[in-house]
Design a protein around this ligand. Structure first.
Ligand code: SF4
Length: 467
């Protein structure tokens, strides 16, 4: 049985990993600093956590199933002076929630001591794995990240940098990578730029992280994005930036801005919170219903609801309270247990919702299971009308670039029109932000991927999804 949160319980696409890495000019407690950054990235993966760092000429790795405090707290009181470290939080889907898939992965091979942390999905993993098997590789995990280690080790180039460049050029799909190789720290981002990766500086430290919130916690400055197709190598000779691939069409994941990233982060050069407000305002511009109040489904709908309220002039109300201590739970076998899980997490403020025509704002709809329960709770609390507004378009297609979206058959927007969905979940109406309106919010719409809405994938994908 897989452990997931209430929020993940079929209601949202799954996150898929967060990265942090540090190169320090003078030795310091690397695992402790990585702990703070990884804690800030906990929303990107709650099933496992780990760090690798250099100590006495070797790479030491601590990793386990569980959230960051549970896995890493026990090491914090120890003195861990080091110059280089990387860390990872993971949400497992492909490959499952097994200890051998927990990152960083760490190996000793003919190219040196290597630890690797990966955010994304290698979309040609199936073909790469077959080729490695044919060459005699013994693969231990079911994660696509392990393939990168084998490809490095089995690469004919004896020079590590040449082997790394040629390996990266064989990968397709989404990969933001942090690698320790002997005394160097390496960061790389795929040429399409699917997943974010940032770099900042603080007191002789160069810090990398999936989102800027994980740099803020270490008070980093001079923050910049690792560019798509860029590789940054830091060692005792300093920092070098190079390109390992020719520029291709940039395809940053628009869902990072809609839902995955933390609202206080900046990614792809944009404030996540302000982008979500714009999406909410765009919903209001498209609105045909005059509500009494605007409410968010917390926390995923907070910023968009604020944008909707500002644009529409309607009052933003606190009509659903979220219990932040509900924490993680298990998939429940019965309908009643699943309903209780949602009630544990969310509770209507009856005095706010009673007799009101509610504009209820959330970010996305996957299966509709949780929305149905929320609508039911609001009806029980006396709401007069409930109009569900989603700040993303209809999700109709799976993602092959690092996000866990259910199969086409499971996605409610593949089976029903918005009117049928409204009927199914008991709402008075349901409206999704059109793709064109979403693009209009972005400023540089050609630099984003929309494949889970449109089915138009920016690169060729293996739809079997096998690894
Ligand atoms: S398919 Fe959707 S979730 Fe996947 S990268 Fe593209 S926009 Fe993001």
């Amino acid at each position: 049985m897989v452990s997931i949160s209430v929020e993940d319980n079929n209601s949202k696409p799954g996150h898929y990993c967060g990265l942090a890495g540090i190169y320090a000019e003078s030795p310091l407690n690397i695992p402790q600093n990585l702990f703070y950054s990884l804690f800030s990235l906990q929303h990107r993966g709650q099933e496992s956590a780990g760090v690798s760092y250099r100590k006495n000429g070797n790479i030491v790795t601590y990793r386990d199933l569980g959230m960051v405090p549970a896995v890493l707290s026990r090491y914090l009181h120890m003195e861990r002076l080091s110059n280089i470290g990387i860390g990872h939080v993971r949400y497992s889907t492909k490959g499952g929630n097994r200890i051998e898939n927990v990152q960083p992965l760490h190996a000793v091979c003919n190219k040196g001591q290597i630890a690797i942390a990966h955010n994304g999905t290698i979309s040609n993993a199936s073909a790469l794995k077959k080729a490695l098997f044919n060459k005699g590789a013994i693969i231990q995990s079911t994660s696509d990240t392990e393939l990168i280690l084998h490809m490095l080790s089995m690469n004919d180039e004896t020079d590590f940098k040449k082997a790394l460049f040629s390996t990266l050029r064989l990968l397709e799909g989404a990969f933001s990578l942090l690698i320790i190789r002997d005394e160097s720290l390496i960061a790389a981002r795929d040429p399409n730029g699917f997943r974010p990766l940032y770099m900042g500086k603080k007191d002789g430290m160069t810090i990398f992280a999936s989102e800027t919130c994980a740099l803020d916690i270490l008070q980093a400055n001079d923050v910049r994005e690792v560019e798509p197709g860029e590789i940054i190598i830091i060692d005792k000779n300093g920092m070098r930036s190079e390109r390992f691939a020719e520029p291709v069409r940039i395809s940053q994941c628009v869902f990072e801005l809609i839902y995955f990233a933390r609202p206080d982060s900046s990614i792809f050069g944009k404030s996540v919170h302000l982008m979500r407000k714009k999406m909410g305002a765009a919903l209001a511009v498209n609105e045909k219903i005059k509500g009494d109040i605007v409410m968010a489904v917390p926390d995923s709908g907070n910023s968009a609801a604020l944008g909707y309220a500002e644009e529409s002039g309607l009052p933003l109300e606190y009509g659903l309270s979220r219990n932040h201590y509900a924490g993680r739970s298990f998939i429940m076998p019965t309908k009643e247990q699943r309903e209780l899980m949602v009630r544990m997490k969310l509770n209507p403020v009856k005095e706010v919702v009673k007799d009101k025509k509610i504009i209820l704002v959330d970010d996305s709809l996957v299966r509709g299971t949780t929305s149905r329960l929320i609508v039911k709770m609001l009806r029980e609390a006396g709401a007069k009308e409930i109009h569900l507004r989603l700040s993303s378009p209809e999700i109709k297609c799976p993602c092959y670039f690092g996000i866990d979206i259910p199969t086409r058959e499971e996605l409610i927007s593949n089976r029903m029109t918005p009117e049928e969905i409204a009927d199914h979940i008991g709402a008075d109406s349901v409206f999704f932000l059109p793709v064109e309106s979403l693009m209009g919010c972005l400023g540089n719409p050609d630099d984003f991927c929309y494949a889970c809405f449109t089915g138009i994938y920016p690169i060729e994908v293996d739809e079997t999804g096998e690894i």
